[in-house]
Design a protein around this ligand. Structure first.
Ligand code: HEC
Length: 108
């Protein structure tokens, strides 16, 4: 059951969708951001020395899932979720971290 706030967050996420969805975000800024904010729980990429303490999916696994899309990530990050804390990201941080996650899809 979704509370009204969830719908509002979803609407905001959709309205905030840029027109040129493919070109959005800076993957290297997203990588730095992920290392500082997300790495506590996720294995975010090569070079991460500390193993995350939380049972969260590695970003490479998220990227490898063909069902994962930019819109899906955007909605996930901007709507409340149960097991992952509701980290509030700015628009730029959201764009960058999504660009970074999706960039992992093309690397071996
Ligand atoms: C405190 C721990 C924690 C932090 C910090 C955290 N996450 Fe998560 N995250 C989780 C957990 C746990 C899950 C699994 C949630 C579930 O399955 O319901 C998850 C799931 C996800 C998923 C969904 C993966 C899927 O299977 O679809 C994405 C995307 C994600 N996190 C991105 C991020 C990003 C980006 C950041 C940094 C801005 C971040 N997370 C920070 C704990 C965390």
């Amino acid at each position: 059951m979704m509370r009204p706030l969830h719908w509002l967050a979803l609407l905001v996420a959709i309205l905030a969708m840029p027109v040129h969805a493919q070109e959005v975000g800076d993957p290297s800024a997203g990588r730095a951001f992920a290392f500082s904010v997300c790495a506590e729980c996720h294995f975010v990429g090569e070079g991460q020395l500390e193993m995350p303490s939380f049972d969260a999916p590695p970003f490479a696994a998220v990227a490898a899932d063909p069902a994962v899309t930019e819109l899906g990530l955007r909605v996930f990050l901007q709507t409340p979720h149960d097991r992952m804390p509701n980290i509030i990201l700015s628009q730029d941080e959201t764009d960058n971290v999504i660009a970074y996650i999706l960039s992992l899809r093309h690397s071996p």
